[in-house]
Write a protein that binds this ligand. Structure first.
Ligand SMILES: [Fe+2]
Ligand SMILES: [Fe+2]
Length: 204
């Protein structure tokens, strides 16, 4: 029989199901990979974009700085929960740099279309995670239990990051993402690329 104190401890802590643990592992692994890619896209885009349009320097820096903050958040979470990064890490590093460089060289509009496409996918991706964890919270509340405070912080972090990604999406549209040539094939390729990268990073 459990001692009284350990019983109370168990009550204070949310016991995640095996499935929920796996969901979190996958989610944090994918998020870290995505944020790594985001920092590298901006690193590669910034020189050609800013050279042609010096007025965009503060915006590019602002978006990069936010991505670097997101990346740091997920790096810390992976270390804390001993989650391994995706095995595709080096591949995503190369792919993100190529994507950033090529859209940057294509011009301001293409660079912004890249941000628009990426953030559309990432916004959806983070929304899916928030929805899932919100369900856990509701299920627990129905049972009269509380979600682990650490998980509440995680939900808030993901919501904040999602809002910042959607802010980038707005900046991109304000800065003529839709004028990119050829807009449709370019954004389709990037969006499918993101979906594929998410799918793969969840698994390996
Ligand atoms: Fe980000
Ligand atoms: Fe972003």
């Amino acid at each position: 029989m459990q001692s009284c104190s350990s019983h109370n401890e168990a009550q204070d802590r949310t016991i995640l199901t095996e499935e929920q643990r796996k969901f979190l592992d996958r989610a944090l692994r994918v998020n870290q990979a995505g944020e790594l890619a985001a920092t590298l896209i901006y690193t590669a885009q910034t020189p050609p974009v800013v050279k042609a349009h010096p007025n965009l320097r503060p915006l590019m820096k602002h978006m990069y700085d936010q991505e670097a903050g997101h990346f740091k958040t997920f790096n810390e979470l992976l270390a804390k929960h001993r989650i391994r990064p995706t095995a595709m890490y080096p591949v995503w590093q190369a792919a993100a740099t190529i994507l950033g460089w090529s859209t940057g060289v294509m011009g301001r509009e293409a660079a912004m279309a890249c941000t628009e496409a990426v953030e559309t996918e990432i916004g959806d991706h983070y929304n899916g995670q928030v929805r899932e964890m919100f369900k856990w919270m509701q299920d627990l509340q129905e049972k009269g239990e509380e979600l682990d405070p650490e998980l509440k912080v995680l939900i808030d972090d993901i919501k904040r990051i999602r809002d910042e990604e959607l802010e980038h999406l707005d900046y991109a549209v304000e800065n003529d993402a839709k004028e990119a040539q050829p807009y449709q094939p370019l954004t389709d390729v990037i969006r499918y690329g993101c979906k594929g990268a998410i799918w793969i990073s969840e698994r390996i």
